[in-house]
Design a protein around this ligand. Structure first.
Ligand SMILES: [Fe+2]
Length: 288
């Protein structure tokens, strides 16, 4: 069995600025990671931790160095770069220089190959300059990214595949948000692109982040996931378990372990999701 943790949007260094859905305690990231490791010791073993992006708030050497220090945990860390990780020209080079351990093969795009599945990390783009977020939020992939991903998927057509990118592929279900308009709806082109790949290669699950909301939408038997911010109350994360014949996910939090006061905005309780948004269990059908 492959077991891994999924967290996102730690926004180290954001302070009082930036988008939030619940009260944020990014300055507590080091202690939250210690508590996560305590949880892992009690509920492990866990093979690795996936971070869905926005590790830091602004791309500066000191922030990346801090992230490298705090995420120096006793398990491998794999990162899908988010928009806040790419706020300066040359950000990718800076990440590879200061924190190459977060990537495989010194590349932003890579595959984690386990006994039970392949997880394809493919950070989406935002504007006209690759791997730079300046102003626009136009999630898309570069043709070369898609080509590399398709090659990997094609070469391992008998495997169980998961994809991780930063931006959500679908909006939050309005039954969950209670809103009259879509919440974090991506452009149709992005949804179509990802769903086309999912369909063509039989991908089982697509992970995203960025919205700071727990989402689980199942379409055609495929689960599309986002996770709330790890540094916002109640400090949630997901545990995935993959075997040869199933994929499952459960959402957990660290609220009963913290020793500082954490506020909660009860007007935004939809962030945590309903029970049906917080877990799933999929039985895999054998490939013929
Ligand atoms: Fe983001």
């Amino acid at each position: 069995m492959t077991r891994f943790l999924y967290i996102s949007d730690t926004h180290w260094g954001s302070g009082d600025s930036g988008y939030t859905m619940q009260p944020k305690y990014d300055e507590k990231l080091p202690v939250l990671l210690v508590l996560l490791m305590e949880w892992t010791e009690e509920n492990g073993p866990v093979d690795f931790l996936l971070h869905g992006g926005d590790v830091i708030h602004e791309t500066e050497d000191s922030s990346i160095q801090a992230a490298a220090e705090y995420f120096g945990l006793p398990l491998p860390i794999h990162l899908c770069l988010g928009n806040h990780d790419l706020t300066a020209q040359g950000s990718v080079d800076t990440w590879m220089r200061l924190a190459p351990q977060f990537f495989l093969g010194d590349a932003t795009d890579f595959a984690i190959d386990t006994d039970d599945c392949m997880i394809h990390v493919i950070p989406n783009q935002y504007g006209t300059t690759p791997f730079l977020w300046d102003q626009t939020q136009d999630p898309h992939f570069l043709p070369a990214q898609i080509q590399t991903l398709e090659q990997r998927l094609e070469l391992a057509s008998d495997r169980t595949h998961l994809i991780l990118t930063h931006s959500p592929v679908l909006d939050v279900d309005r039954q969950q948000s209670g809103l009259h308009k879509p919440f974090h709806q991506p452009p149709e082109s992005f949804t179509t692109c990802v769903m086309g790949l999912v369909d063509k290669y039989g991908v089982t699950c697509v992970l995203g982040a960025h919205s700071h909301v727990n989402m689980k939408r199942e379409l055609n038997g495929v689960n599309y996931i986002t996770v709330s911010s790890f540094v916002e109350t109640p400090f949630e994360f997901k545990l995935f378990e993959v075997t040869s014949d199933s994929v499952s996910m459960k959402t957990h939090n660290l609220l009963d372990r913290i020793d500082f006061r954490a506020d909660y905005n009860w007007d935004n309780v939809f962030v945590q999701g309903r029970a049906c948004d917080r877990s799933f269990h999929t039985t895999l059908t054998p490939r013929i």
